[in-house]
Design a protein around this ligand. Structure first.
Ligand code: GLY
Ligand code: MN
Ligand code: MN
Length: 488
């Protein structure tokens, strides 16, 4: 279906790189004909989303941090994939966090504006609303028109759903150009960027909205549990198609596709590109080509997460024996990673520095590698930061914050992330790994080309942590049982 819309109208907007509204206006006869003969279709019974009280509380915190300043959080627009086709739309995470806007309802090009007032801010959600049947846009506007891309909310419907006063986004540019101290998230919306002058507190604003998400509220934790539970079903699906993956060229794609199906059926999308590394591909950390064959006797590493409608994602890795049974070499390396992960879990509790999780995991890995005789120094020596020989095989840190972004809170300052004490309500991954490259002569041949990572998602509790992904088998015996139950 081409964008060459027969009914499209001449654009009144600035010329876009790709026009979505272009041809001649239709005849008055046709326009009149299209306006009439439709049933009423307002949504009168919309209930507020569960998130609204949480989103309100989040905005109160933001408001208190920037009194007297207008705060602007754009959702961002569509991103071009090629020519006139776009990627699936997904709003900026800060917009999602403070607005509560979700999944299929999400409004591309919306902007959340917090307008300073006595004692705080008033919030407005600027949206491109539904094109009703009394406009022509519903059939002529290929970007927003509902016969092209589906129905959006009216201003009143969006207000009912999100409990935020709504305004037309077409009126926003003029509003923003009024002289007023304003902070924006830059780089998401060209109109907003152009309308608002640089402010010397912009970086502070970006840091603040990232750091505010370090501790999750109960709604967020419940959403992350949903994301994990959907991902658990995705991993079942992956196992169920292992025989098809072995029988199909580029079988990694068979596994990738199985998980993707679950992400789209139960969630909004994947939280990030799935990694499926069979055999030595598991030793390539960001192997997202996923175009390798899957062979009996190998391990396959699958790192995947469902993003639910509220845009929270899981981030889970399981390393599975394609045959359903680990070889002795695979199992011994796997157990080292498993023990390392247990040490990581054990290190987590409020008051412990984030970086201690990595230390706990790396200690187990370094000792195991020393015991295998592959280190030329002792484990103690290797664990000194300036030496770190074991890192030849451990490659990456073992934890990050998780939430709306898979690497959540990425703009947080080091002193509030790496060097910060853990707090109840933080959600983190624990994901140690060992990767023996296929040409690594320091290992015996049976170990070469084995890559293992085990990744779970935990929430910090009052006295430790709770593993949200506990129900997805991790121990090799449990994995073998799990695979047998699905593949028998
Ligand atoms: N899937 C990306 C990560 O594990 O950090
Ligand atoms: Mn991760
Ligand atoms: Mn991962």
């Amino acid at each position: 279906m081409s964008m060459n819309n027969e009914n499209a109208e001449a654009s009144t907007e600035a010329p876009e790189k790709k026009k979505r509204i272009h041809d001649q206006a239709p005849s008055e006869l046709f326009a009149e004909f299209m306006r009439s003969g439709w049933s009423a279709s307002d949504l009168d019974d919309l209930q507020p989303l569960e998130v609204v009280t949480y989103a309100y509380a989040r905005r109160q915190v933001l408001s208190a941090a920037f009194p007297g300043i207008r705060l602007v959080l754009p959702a961002g627009g569509y991103k071009v994939r090629a020519n006139d086709t776009d990627y699936q739309y997904r709003p900026h995470s800060a917009f999602a966090y403070y607005s509560g806007v979700q999944g299929a309802d999400s409004t591309a090009d919306a902007v959340l504006v917090m307008e300073p007032t006595e004692g705080g801010h008033l919030t407005y959600l600027y949206i491109h609303p539904r094109s009703t049947r009394d406009t022509d846009a519903f059939y002529r506007d290929a970007k927003y028109g509902e016969l092209w891309v589906g129905r959006r909310y009216t201003l009143a419907e969006a207000k009912a759903r999100y409990q935020i006063d709504t305004r037309l986004v077409n009126d926003l540019e003029g509003f923003l150009k009024e002289e007023r101290e304003t902070l924006i998230i830059r780089g998401e919306d060209a109109m907003v960027d152009g309308a608002v002058k640089k402010h010397d507190r912009e970086e502070e604003f970006v840091t603040f909205v990232s750091e505010q998400r370090l501790v999750k509220d109960p709604y967020e934790i419940a959403e992350m549990q949903k994301a994990v539970d959907a991902s658990a079903l995705g991993f079942n699906d992956v196992i169920s198609v292992i025989p098809a993956a072995v029988a199909t060229p580029r079988g990694e794609r068979v596994l990738e596709a199985a998980f993707y199906g679950r992400a789209r059926v139960l969630g909004n999308d994947l939280g990030y590109s799935t990694i499926v590394g069979a055999g030595a591909h598991a030793c390539v950390l960001h192997w997202i080509r996923n175009d390798g064959d899957v062979h009996m006797g190998e391990l396959v590493l699958v790192d995947a997460g469902v993003e639910v409608e509220s845009f929270y994602t899981a981030d889970i890795t399981r390393t599975l024996p394609v045959s359903g049974k680990f070889t002795p070499a695979q199992r011994s390396l796997y157990m080292l990673v498993y023990e390392s992960q247990l040490a990581g879990f054990a290190a987590i509790k409020p008051g412990v520095k984030f970086s201690e999780i990595n230390k706990a995991c790396q200690e187990v890995l370094a000792r195991g590698l020393a015991d295998m005789g592959v280190l030329t120094v002792s484990a103690e020596e290797s664990l000194k930061p300036e030496i770190g020989l074991h890192r030849r095989w451990t490659l990456h840190g073992v934890s990050h914050h998780l939430g709306l972004d898979v690497h959540d809170c990425a703009q947080a300052r080091k002193e509030n992330y790496m060097d910060k004490e853990l707090e109840e309500g933080m959600v983190l991954t624990v994901e140690p790994g060992l990767y023996i490259q296929p040409d690594d002569e320091l290992f015996e041949p049976e170990y070469r080309g084995i890559g293992i990572r085990i990744e779970d998602d935990v929430v910090v509790t009052a006295d430790g942590c709770r593993n949200l992904s506990e129900d997805i088998p991790r121990h090799p015996d449990e994995i073998e049982k799990w695979m047998k139950s699905i593949l028998r």
